[in-house]
Design a protein. Sequence first.
Length: 95
Amino acid sequence: MAFLITLTHQVLVQEVEAKALAQRVAQTMLTDGFVVAGEVSDFNIDNGTTYIVLGMDEDGWAGVSVAMAEIRPLVVLNLLQYSEINKVHFGRKSE
């Protein structure tokens, strides 16, 4: 039983670390007035696929698609450095 607890803990630590990395990448690309748009509001890793929702996905503005086109590829590139992540999907995981 202790092995399962340790394994679960390691996965959670990596998920928290990956989420923080995605948020840092997104927020670095945004100007001060739009930093909230880079906050990660939903993050889930399931079977190698990461489901991520950024603030800009939920509360857009005129020209948000340009920001998404610049930021999303960088978030994907950084998240794919984790061996547990094979694919990144922008949106919530379907139940």
